[in-house]
Design a protein around this ligand. Structure first.
Ligand code: ADP
Length: 199
């Protein structure tokens, strides 16, 4: 006899991880279609708040322009509000969150509360000099206020000081970590990611 259909579909929770300029946003947008997961980018959410000049936007505008991280409780509140809706589909790909170990602890707590957990971390690796080149090239195209030389240097410092440790947090917990070479064209990187995730 065939097994009865499961009513409990497992939702995939993935994190796309990497330093500023590593192409997280670009790849996450593609993976949204490929994996049928909702792409949740905290950077995009914050930029939309700034553009709409909301109270949150007013609070974070200068912090972001300087390349600093916004306070943990502020970003955790945003994710806590958005996650349930994003999880209604087949899963979520988090981009830009968690960025500190405290944020990772908060995320683990949120997910445990619903019987979920982080399934994988996709970490893009790109040498630092190429990261800076990429961001400064993007600056000319998109004019993001945090793509100035000073703000980029600060974002790299924050990444090394606070964000890099997030990978160790998940490694210690035995979460599947896929490190993917993020150099080359977006298509080449996407092909590498697909190969990693399907194996
Ligand atoms: P990038 O990875 O290229 O720096 P993002 O779009 O992910 O770009 O983030 C842009 C900025 O938004 C960060 O420099 C920071 O100021 C703010 N930000 C985004 N996500 C977070 C987060 N999880 N915690 C703190 N600040 C964040």
């Amino acid at each position: 006899m065939a097994a009865p259909p499961s009513h409990h579909t497992h939702r995939v929770i993935g994190i796309i991880f990497g330093p500023p300029g590593s192409g997280k946003g670009t790849q996450a947008a593609r993976l949204e279609n490929e994996l049928h997961v909702k792409h949740l980018s905290t950077g995009e959410i914050l930029r939309a708040e700034v553009a709409r000049d909301t109270p949150v936007g007013k609070q974070v505008k200068r912090i972001m322009a300087a390349g600093d991280l916004v306070p943990d409780d502020l970003i955790v509140d945003i994710v806590r509000r958005r996650l349930p809706e994003a999880e209604e589909g087949t899963g979520v790909l988090l981009d830009g969150f968690p960025r500190t170990v405290a944020q990772a602890d908060s995320l683990d707590e949120m997910l445990t509360g619903e019987g979920h957990a982080v399934d994988f971390v996709l970490a893009l690796t790109v040498p630092e000099d190429e990261l800076v080149d990429r961001i400064l090239r993007r600056a000319a195209l998109e004019g993001r206020p945090d793509d100035t030389r000073e703000a980029v240097a600060e974002r790299m410092r924050e990444y090394r000081k606070l964000t890099a440790a997030v990978l160790d947090h998940y490694r210690k917990r035995g979460v599947r970590i896929e490190e993917v070479d993020g150099t080359g064209t977006p298509d080449q990187v996407f092909d590498r990611i697909s190969a990693h995730l399907s194996s």
